[in-house]
Write a protein that binds this ligand. Structure first.
Ligand SMILES: [Zn+2]
Length: 192
């Protein structure tokens, strides 16, 4: 199993997830953005500012391509590469996406502030949330290995984002199930 080294105990994941959803205010929102997307800090800053393409998701331009699903989730094809790091796609609640894009300011200082509070109150740093996210997606095989690898930016094929966007509704439904395994009712989440 390719993903074995990334997996940690469900109890650890559950405890951290609960604490992150309990964090108040702007710090809480900034922290949860990292948790629900599984993106790296610089990838979050990238999707905050990058223009959204108005063409369909078959388009191959460098803008963001997104689909807002009826279940309250938005799936975004990213296609961002920096060195050997890739961001292919992410999923997040549509209200998180709307809030992120409407924020007048969101930069490294916000993430650094969240990182500091998380170290103190959750016991992990910001970057560890990528691993937590992966574990949530893979728990009980809710997302298939390939699907989780695409969201983690580790899928080998550059066309990975088309693979993910092939059936947005189905994949976002799985994403909702993945969070419900850890007690998070993500379509009705009030902590934004
Ligand atoms: Zn486009």
């Amino acid at each position: 199993m390719k993903d074995r080294i990334y997996l940690v105990s469900p109890q650890f994941v559950e405890e951290k997830v609960r604490k992150i959803f309990d964090l108040p205010g702007d710090i809480g929102f900034t922290s949860r953005l990292g948790l629900v997307t599984g993106l790296r800090e610089q990838e979050l800053l990238y999707i905050k500012e990058k223009p959204v393409c108005s063409d369909g998701h078959g388009c191959d331009c460098e803008k963001l391509h997104l689909v807002s699903c009826k279940n309250g989730m938005t799936i975004i094809a990213i296609g961002w590469t920096r060195g050997n790091k890739k961001a292919l796609a992410t999923i997040l609640p549509t209200k998180y996406w709307d809030k992120l894009r409407a924020l007048p300011k969101f930069d490294y200082y916000d993430i650094a502030a969240a990182h500091k509070i998380m170290k103190r109150d959750v016991g992990i740093g910001y970057a560890t949330m990528r691993k937590i996210h992966y574990n949530v997606m893979r728990f009980r095989d809710t997302l298939a290995l390939d699907e989780a690898e695409v969201l983690a930016g580790r899928y080998k094929s550059v066309s990975g984002r088309y693979y993910v966007l092939h059936d947005p509704q189905k994949l976002t439904d799985k994403y909702i199930t993945a969070w419900s395994n850890f007690g998070i009712d993500i379509p009705h989440i009030t902590a934004v």
